[in-house]
Structures are given as C-alpha cells and as structure tokens.
Design a protein around this ligand. Sequence first.
Ligand SMILES: Cc1cc2nc3c(=O)[nH]c(=O)nc-3n(C[C@H](O)[C@H](O)[C@H](O)COP(=O)(O)O)c2cc1C
Length: 411
Amino acid sequence: MISNQLTNKRVLLGVTGGIAAYKSAEICRRLQDEGAEVRTAMTAAAQEFITPLTLQALSKNPVHLDLLDPETESAMGHIELARWADLILIAPASANFISRLAQGRGDDLLTAICLAADCKVAIAPAMNRSMWEKEVTQKNLAQTKSVGISVFAPGEGEQACGETGVGRLLDVPDIILLACELFETGVLSGKKVVVTAGPTREAIDPIRYISNHSSGKQGYAIAEAAAEAGANVVLISGPTNLPKPDRAQLIKVESAGQMLDAVLDQVPGTDVFISVAAVADFKTKLTAPNKIKKNVNGNLTIELSRTPDILSEVTKIKGNHLFTVGFAAETENLLENANSKLKEKKLDMIVANDVSDSEIGFNSDLNEATVLTPKTSINLPKANKTQLARNLIEIISEQLAGFGTDARARS
Ligand SMILES: Cc1cc2nc3c(=O)[nH]c(=O)nc-3n(C[C@H](O)[C@H](O)[C@H](O)COP(=O)(O)O)c2cc1C
C-alpha cells in the first residue's frame, strides 16, 4: 500500500552480513512506498548474501560499499552520506555490526557513517537465538541504546538455522511502521503553526518585479517539520519552485501586501507564527499599468516605498498567546543585528542566519544558525535544512512549554 509517512525523508538503508540480508530488498521497496528517498550501503559480509546490483536497481542509486575508495569518497563519502540522511536504518544488523557500533568503531563505511551521523539511527537486529541471548550481545545493545540509537527488537519464531527462539528479523511491515514512528514526535500536537516562506515579488509593471534570491527551502522544511511534530500547519509562500509540503495547507501569494493579508487572516487561533519569508523591503510607489518601454530617454528612475513589516503587524495584535519567531538573514554583524530585531519587534525568538556564506545561504541545501530568545542563545550546527528545521521545531516546542506565563509576565 502506498502511503506518505516518509515523504521527503531520506533513508540510508545499511545492510550487514546475515541470512536475513535478502529481506533488505523488500525493506527498500516498502520505504519507497512510504515516500522515502532511499540510498543503500553494505558491509563486505552483506555482499556475500545479496548482490549490490539488487539494491542498486531497487534504490535507483549506486550502492555505497567502501570507506577508503577515493572515487566513491569524492562522489558521496561517509560524511556527506551521514549529513544527507534523515534516518540511517541498519536492517538486518548482525551481532558483529552491533558490537562494532557499541564500541564506536569507524573502520568500515557503515560504522563510519553511523559515527558521523547527527540524524536518527535505528538498527533491526537479526541473528541466531544463542547469539541474541549472549550477555555480550545484550550489553552491546544496551550501549547502543544509551547513545540514542533505536533498536527494533527482533521477533520470535523459527530461524533459518533450524532453531526456534528470539532473533528473527522483525517482519518488514513492522520495521517500516517503527521507522515512520521515529518521525512522529507529537511535540506540537494540537497547535496551529503558520509559516511564511520564499521571496515576495513587488511589481514594477505587468512584466517586471523587485524580488530576492530566497529559494523558500528553509521555510518549507520548517513547515514540514512542524507537521511532522503533529501541528496543524499553514504555509504562506511567495513564488518558489518547491513542491507543496505533504501535510501542510499551502497559500500562495506574490507580494508583501498579499502576504500580510494572508497572515492576518490566519493569526486568530494560531499558536506559533514563524516568519521565514524574505519579504521585499521596498516596492514601487506606483506600479505601471503597462510595460514600461525601454526607449524612454536616458535612465529610468523608479520611486520606491516601504512594504508592510509583516512581523511588526503581527506582534502589534498578537496578545499573549501567539509565539512569534523571526529570521534575521544578515551579511554582517549577525548576532548584534539579530538581537536588535528581537527586541525592536518584541519577538519571542529569532533565528540568526549568515547569508554571506554561500555554503549556507539562500539557495543552498545546508544551513547553520543561532537561535536567540530574550533569555537564551542556542547554536544550531551546520546541517541540511530539513534537519535544522527539526531541531528548531524541537526548541520552539520546549520554549512553548513555559510561554503563556512568561509572555504575560513580560507584557
Ligand atoms: C551462512 C551464514 C549466516 C549468518 N547469519 C548471521 C545472522 O543472521 N546474524 C548475524 O549476526 N551473523 C550472521 N552470520 C555471521 C556474520 O556473517 C559475520 O559475523 C560477519 O562478520 C558479519 O559482518 P558485518 O557485521 O560486517 O556485516 C552468518 C554467517 C554465515 C556464514
């Protein structure tokens, strides 16, 4: 059955050397059915049980096999793969692999990826009953759990070796279900979240406009992460080339004025407003009704006026119940400028973002930011925009816990 629980999720499926390795092909397909983009990596032992060709054909991507191969490392090495993934799922995970993971080893590709990963990591162990029951295996499992790795505990029943007991790879549908559940944090359940994203376009004439380089990627990722956290999400977006986030209501707008109207329309009943859009600061004072001809004599002067300041308009009417988050995309004096904006606009939080660095700028897939509140400063290290969005949503949900009372005390 096709569902969408892993839409926009990137899953690195790691396969280790066990008899259940053949089931990894099915796991790959079912992850894709849930909407995930799947890449695969195999240990050397895994390749004795199932060929990389099978996983390559199913995942439609090259299979990652070697840590110390200059060619594959330059294409997508262990660090890139670790950064790329939202979830690393090792299924099946051999007893030997679990012991290497527990020790924090990084002497083959799959362990090195796990070591480098900041994303979710889950293992689905599969092994002979006695191997599973061994004290050392249980100790290794406890160690992996203690560092935040999820263990999809094996099932009980007849095993390939002829014995009966605990150690069978969990049934594939159950593995997929648990993988989906990893993304359901529920921390914003019952909350309404409004996110603005993308640039705005301010018309000069019917053909031309003033705009900026915002791609909308970070705003869309935040809308997605909020939906993933259980919120009812409305995304108000300027023009972008991005697909509609699966679980958010999308309202498309063009200009700053239209964005303001849409936002004010949504404010009643909203718990969190996250202003990520790069709203144009200026618009033409008058929009020409027809295309301005280029054969006008000499230069053309256009008089500009300020567009509405959406965040300030929202904070004016928000009362004590709306948690407002701004973004400060700056090219210099990042924290200083962000702090002033936090105070001037009476925001509850601001995300300071250095857009002068092209690696984390407007069109990049990576981002890095500092989250400031009137009381705290939290660094969000460089990560893909999806991961950064999830971290931000986590922080917002923590701040929301004490929000009502704090806000009333400040006002
Ligand atoms: C036929 C056969 C089946 C095996 N099945 C399993 C298994 O189901 N689970 C397991 O943990 N090890 C199993 N092993 C042992 C692993 O293949 C061995 O520990 C290997 O070194 C694992 O390497 P890896 O963890 O790098 O993938 C099996 C070995 C053989 C020869």
